[in-house]
Design a protein around this ligand. Structure first.
Ligand SMILES: [Zn+2]
Length: 286
């Protein structure tokens, strides 16, 4: 079994449980606990470590921010350990989760292959999950993938946001192939407008000033979207790989290894042909 380092910290009403693979392909993700509710499950690579961490006080419910293997892939392993916990997932992802059992190798080495969830319960924007004295409200935040949800809790005048993969990096110009740049900007600004936003993403550090971080990324994506459209006019093409090469140079080795799933071509396409529904095609590389 992989060595998984577990780190637990408290953030307002939430416990943040970080699971980091420290050997072989390194990876890092966080799941969040409030009361009897667990938000996201991690992937199957960290399931044994997460089960051990939760064993003394198991959750009774699971809510997933979105369908990806590092967020919902480990749900069935938790159920085998703790009983038939209900799994709530964005309604747009319920059908996908029924058959989601394999991912490309470069993802499987980081997160593990997902296990399908045959009976996930769909929730919609505005759904409320009371837990541990807080109320988590689902806010539709597409951009990383259609149907993505953030879960917000206002406690003592502060808004805590579990933002899943809406914010993964401060420079998302190597983009995920299910992205929509305009949706991402709208979602980031929607959350940034909440006063005193504290953002708790799945990957990377907690953000004390989530408003500033999200506004900066929204500004960057808007500026780059303008450059993409200008290049398309200038070069007379909307082919993502051609425009990506002209603006950002050759794709890096990770983009090649991902077969284009994470690429600058995917960013260009997220501007010119934003993904609004799933499944999405992977853009060709030059
Ligand atoms: Zn994701």
């Amino acid at each position: 079994m992989d060595a998984i380092e577990v780190t637990r910290t408290r953030h307002g009403p939430f416990e943040r449980i970080v699971l980091a693979a420290t050997e072989g392909r390194k990876s890092q993700l966080a799941v969040y606990r409030v009361g009897d509710l667990l938000v996201d499950t991690g992937g199957t690579r960290v399931s044994a470590a997460l089960v051990a961490a939760l064993r003394d006080d198991p959750p009774r419910r699971i809510v997933c921010t979105h369908q990806h293997e590092d967020h919902a892939g480990g749900a069935m392993a938790l159920r085998r350990a703790f009983g038939e916990l209900p799994v709530h997932a964005p309604a747009a992802h319920v059908e996908l989760l029924r058959g989601f059992d394999r991912v490309p190798d470069y993802r499987a080495t980081a997160w593990g292959h997902p296990e399908p969830i045959p009976d996930a319960r769909g929730y919609h924007a505005g759904a409320r999950f009371p837990a541990g004295g807080a109320v988590l409200e689902a806010v539709e935040t597409p951009g990383h993938t259609p149907g993505h949800m953030a879960l917000l809790a206002t406690v003592g005048g502060e808004t805590w946001a579990l933002t899943g993969d809406l914010y993964v990096t401060d420079r998302p110009l190597t983009a995920w192939y299910e992205s929509a740049a305009d949706d991402m900007v709208r979602s980031l600004r929607l959350l940034a407008a909440r006063p005193g936003l504290r953002a708790l993403p799945t990957h990377g550090a907690a953000l004390e000033d989530g408003g500033a971080a999200f506004a900066a990324v929204a500004d960057l994506v808007e500026r780059e979207a303008d450059r993409v459209r200008a290049a398309a006019d200038r070069l007379g093409t909307v082919e993502p790989s051609v425009l990506a090469r002209a603006l950002y140079g050759p794709e890096g080795p990770f983009a090649e290894r991902s077969g284009g799933e994470f690429s600058t071509a995917a960013f260009v396409r997220s501007v010119l042909a934003p993904v609004r529904s799933l499944p999405a095609a992977v853009p060709a590389l030059a």
